[in-house]
Design a protein around this ligand. Structure first.
Ligand SMILES: Cc1cc2nc3c(=O)[nH]c(=O)nc-3n(C[C@H](O)[C@H](O)[C@H](O)COP(=O)(O)O)c2cc1C
Length: 180
C-alpha cells in the first residue's frame, strides 16, 4: 500500500487564511471629530502585554476608523455576543463614513468609565483602551492600547469567530459552538 505522509506545502495567503480559521472577531469603537461613535469589525488584533495590560489592533489606512483613531487615541474593544452577529457583520462590511453603525447594526451605547468612545451593550467582554504607541505596518497602522477598564456580560458568553472573511461562528469559553 502506498501511504502518503502528511505534507506541508507552500500555499497562497488566501488559502492560509482559510486553513488557519477561525479567528476571534471583535468590534472596536472609536469616535470621530464630531464626537460621533463608529464601529469597525477586526480580525487583526491581539493581546500584547500582561503587565501593563495591552491590546494591539491593526487598522487599514483607508478606513474611517483610522481617521477616528488619529483624532482620538482611544478605543473600546468589544467581543460581540452571537446574537449581535448581524450588526457585527455590518461593522466589518460597511464604512462609518456615511453610515451610523450603532443605529443600522441595532447596537446600544453605554458610557465608558475612562475613555470617550462608548461601550456596546450586550458585548461578552469590553476593554477600554488608551493608545500609548503606534507602528506603521504596510497598508495598516498598528495601534497599541493600554487597557484602562474591563467589562463583561457573563449571561452572554457565546461570541464570534470568523472563517476567513466569509462567515461567522459562535463559540463560548466552554467550547459550545454554533455555525451561522
Ligand atoms: C471578518 C472581518 C475581519 C476584518 N478585520 C479587519 C482588520 O483587522 N483591520 C481592518 O482595518 N479591517 C478589517 N476588516 C474590514 C473593516 O471592518 C471594514 O473595511 C469596515 O467597513 C471599515 O469600517 P470603517 O470605514 O467605518 O472604519 C475586517 C472585515 C471582516 C468582515
Amino acid at each position: 500500500m502506498n501511504i502518503m505522509p502528511d505534507r506541508l506545502r507552500e500555499i497562497s495567503w488566501d488559502d492560509a487564511l482559510t486553513l488557519g480559521s477561525p479567528y476571534p472577531y471583535v468590534l472596536a469603537v472609536t469616535i470621530d471629530k464630531n464626537e460621533r461613535a463608529n464601529i469597525i469589525g477586526l480580525g487583526w488584533w491581539t493581546f500584547v502585554s500582561w503587565e501593563p495590560k495591552m491590546i494591539a489592533i491593526s487598522v487599514g489606512k483607508g478606513r474611517y476608523s483610522h481617521e477616528c483613531l488619529e483624532y482620538c487615541k482611544e478605543f473600546v474593544l468589544c467581543f460581540p455576543s452571537d446574537e449581535q452577529r448581524e450588526g457585527a457583520w455590518l461593522c466589518g462590511t460597511t464604512s462609518g463614513r456615511n453610515t451610523d453603525k450603532f443605529k443600522e447594526g441595532g447596537f446600544k451605547k453605554l458610557p465608558a468609565n475612562r475613555v470617550r468612545p462608548p461601550l456596546i451593550e450586550g458585548a461578552t467582554v469590553a476593554y477600554e483602551c488608551e493608545v500609548v504607541d503606534t507602528r506603521d505596518a504596510g497598508d495598516h497602522t498598528l495601534y497599541i492600547g493600554k487597557v484602562v477598564a474591563i467589562h463583561g456580560t457573563p449571561e452572554k458568553p457565546r461570541h464570534l469567530y470568523t472563517i476567513h472573511y466569509k462567515k461567522l461562528l459562535g463559540l463560548d469559553h466552554r467550547g459550545n459552538m454554533e455555525l451561522f
